[in-house]
Design a binder for this molecule. Structure first.
Ligand SMILES: C[S@@+](CC[C@H](N)C(=O)[O-])C[C@H]1O[C@@H](n2cnc3c(N)ncnc32)[C@H](O)[C@@H]1O
Length: 264
């Protein structure tokens, strides 16, 4: 699926260093290119496989995430998406007055959350889904109807390519635990938010604060690239970066954290 030129042009206008010859040959805007040299962690290798994107949205995501959120007590996918739109100050599907917000979906995978966020913005809104995995983005392109309000970018979440104070809202679901430097990624998400902008993060949660579990978590991180965050780590990271109105929902193995940057 080829994105509408207007959406790509709008995204090019948000970049710190727009490429002279943008590569949109795969439908999404590719800012990493074929030469990118990375040694992906075990967890990220799975994300870059051709198989996972095929089953991600319908099987892997609902089964894995809903269990981690404590299904059937925790929120299912629809409730989680409604909360994301609400905490980010967007509208809900069908609302007449959805804001024309500019939204970034960090580590968008096959675009499942990106599409849910797009349902919360009005006609002149823009939702940018960014991911490093070409296979995930190929699936995102295939599954997302062409329209002016969504554009996918292949880029690095830990070194966001956007200008400062660009987005009204930033969402990062199911990915902070995969980043090699999650706190630099949070710095970047803060940087690209405008004053008064909102951030929401859904990530892993360590079940117990015990030392043994921290040591176990570190071993898992080194072996697989998967980080398990403590209860106050993510809220603390937002507070340290000046977010206000910080809120959190704790689930058995996941946590949802949100906050707002002060107005200028
Ligand atoms: C589990 S999927 C999450 C998809 C979606 N956000 C959701 O909540 O279902 C995690 C995604 O993070 C992406 N990812 C991991 N590290 C990344 C990085 N440094 N930059 C961009 N994307 C990254 C992977 O490629 C993968 O598509």
């Amino acid at each position: 699926m080829v994105r509408s030129p207007s959406a790509v042009d709008r995204v090019l206008g948000l970049l710190r260093e727009p490429p002279a010859e943008p590569d949109v040959s795969a439908g999404y805007l590719d800012l990493l290119g074929p030469d990118e040299e990375r040694a992906p962690s075990l967890a990220q290798s799975v994300m870059e496989s051709t198989f996972l994107p095929q089953i991600y949205e319908k099987v892997w995501r609902p089964v894995g995430f809903n269990l981690a959120k404590g299904w059937p007590i925790g929120p299912d996918t629809a409730a989680e998406q409604a909360m994301a739109r609400d905490w980010l100050g967007l509208g809900q599907p069908g609302d007449a007055d959805r804001p024309a917000a500019t939204v970034l979906d960090v580590a968008c995978g096959p675009g499942n959350v990106t599409r849910a966020l797009a349902e919360g913005v009005g006609e002149d809104g823009l939702v940018v889904g960014l991911d490093a995995s070409a296979t995930m983005l190929a699936r995102a392109e295939a599954d997302t109807p062409s329209g002016g309000e969504v554009c996918f970018v292949r880029g690095n979440a830990v070194d966001l390519p956007f200008r400062d104070a660009t987005f009204d809202a930033v969402c990062c679901f199911g990915a902070l635990y995969l980043f090699d430097d999650p706190w630099t990624a949070v710095d970047g998400m803060t940087r690209v938010l405008r004053p008064g902008g909102r951030l929401i993060i859904l990530t892993s949660r360590r079940l117990t604060p015990l030392y043994a579990s921290r040591v176990g978590g570190e071993l898992i991180r080194r072996a697989t690239g998967f980080t398990v965050f403590g209860d106050r780590e993510v809220t603390g990271a937002l507070a340290d970066r000046g977010f206000t109105g910080i809120r959190r929902r704790r689930y058995p193995l996941m946590q949802l954290v949100g906050g707002t940057l002060p107005d200028a």
